[in-house]
Design a protein around this ligand. Structure first.
Ligand code: SAH
Ligand code: SF4
Length: 356
């Protein structure tokens, strides 16, 4: 199968062109057509020779994602469901904030981490997305914006859709290089956040990359006993190991880190846990921000409910009292199931029903 041209970093494309008898400057020309002018066919590249266009057509594809469903929420959030070439469905969400437009991308089909509260983990990973497929999600959303309102542009990215990005590390790195490149989409590294459930060896690798891209850690519980109950990955990478890796990251990068904490009623939302969490983060308070996430109910995980507003504010107050920077994440697109993995699982269920 031909590979997606969106999957190549500028360096990779340059090397490929040179290997194939083309001039080096072609790479930047091609990128200008791909990411600035946003063509949909290679033949639209007016200043590129016929021979070079033919070469690209013989070896690469442009768009491979097909939009399957688009749901728009009252708050302006748009959820896209895309069908990939192999028929698999993935979802991408566009969110509107005061500071800009943020896109949440998917990195895998399903997720092997299998956290007990998450809709994505219900489906075992069937494959990693290629870097091209991850970049294409941003391009498709940008195309949508280009169609409806010319001047709007994707300014932020969160890698928080379906999948564990650090379980698809190489493709994630190519993706980051393409979207961040000044010659490509030029989305600032500080406007991009990668979220991980805590794959410890990859946190060390990531720290060594020297990127300015933000890191978020799904912590969700302050003790091993509770965290293992909620996220079985904690057995492989317990809190002490995770904290060591985070300390290494902080030392290397001196960048602020976000801790995501999903609030599950009567499970991890007591003041007692807030106090333990504050203790856990005590020595890195100045570089930590805790994002409290109200749980978005998932049909299949009926054992969990959303915390009460009182419990959420008590948890927040307890963290604040201990000097921890924190905030409660405002739900985006709740009316269209914009929580991690939910649209996709609903569509699959519908499709399953239809085929019975
Ligand atoms: N696999 C990565 C990134 C994708 S999940 C990770 O786990 O960090 C992105 C965030 O959405 C995580 O913090 C995850 O815990 C959260 N999440 C998953 N299911 C959710 C739900 N039902 N309600 C609210 N947040 C959820
Ligand atoms: Fe995977 Fe993240 Fe969902 Fe856990 S929360 S199952 S790591 S997508």
């Amino acid at each position: 199968m031909k590979t997606s041209i969106f999957g190549l970093t500028l360096e990779q494309l340059t090397a490929w062109l040179l290997d194939n008898g083309q001039k080096k400057y072609r790479a930047e020309q091609i990128w200008d057509w791909l990411y600035i002018k946003r063509i949909t066919e290679f033949s639209q590249m007016a200043n590129v020779s016929k021979e070079c266009i033919q070469l690209l057509e013989d070896n690469f594809v442009l768009y491979t994602l097909e939009q399957s469903v688009k749901q728009e929420s009252a708050d302006g959030t748009i959820k896209f469901l895309f069908k990939m070439k192999d028929g698999n469905l993935i979802e991408t969400v566009l969110m509107r904030f005061k500071y800009g437009l943020s896109v949440c991308v998917t990195t895998q089909v399903g997720c092997n981490i299998g956290c007990s509260f998450c809709a994505s983990g219900l489906l075992k990973k069937s494959r990693d997305l290629t870097s091209g497929e991850i970049v294409e999600q941003i391009m498709k959303v940008q195309q949508h914006l280009d169609e409806v309102k010319k001047e709007e542009r994707v300014s932020h990215i969160v890698v928080m859709g379906i999948g564990e990005p650090f379980d698809n590390y190489t493709n994630l790195m190519s993706f980051l290089s393409v979207v961040n490149s000044q010659k490509g989409l030029a989305i600032g590294a500080r406007h991009i956040t990668v979220s991980t459930s805590g794959i410890v060896p990859k946190i060390y690798d990531y720290a060594d990359e020297g990127l300015q891209v933000n890191l978020a850690i799904s912590i969700h519980a302050p003790t091993n006993e509770l965290r293992t109950r909620i996220m079985k990955i904690n057995k492989a990478y317990p809190i002490e190991k995770l904290m060591d890796a985070i300390d290494y990251y902080l030392e290397k990068t001196n960048r602020r880190i976000t801790f995501e904490y999903i609030l599950l009623r009567d499970v991890n939302d007591h003041v007692e846990e807030a106090v333990k969490l504050a203790k856990l983060l005590e020595n890195k308070r100045h570089l930590s921000y805790v994002n409290l996430i109200p749980y978005n109910p998932v049909d299949e995980h009926g054992q969990y409910q959303q915390s009460t507003p009182e419990a959420i504010s008590a948890f927040y107050d307890a963290l604040k009292k201990k000097g921890i920077n924190c905030g409660v994440r405002h739900e985006q697109g709740a009316d269209i199931d914009a929580a991690c993995g939910q649209l996709r699982s609903k569509q699959i269920k519908k499709a399953d029903k239809a085929s019975i």
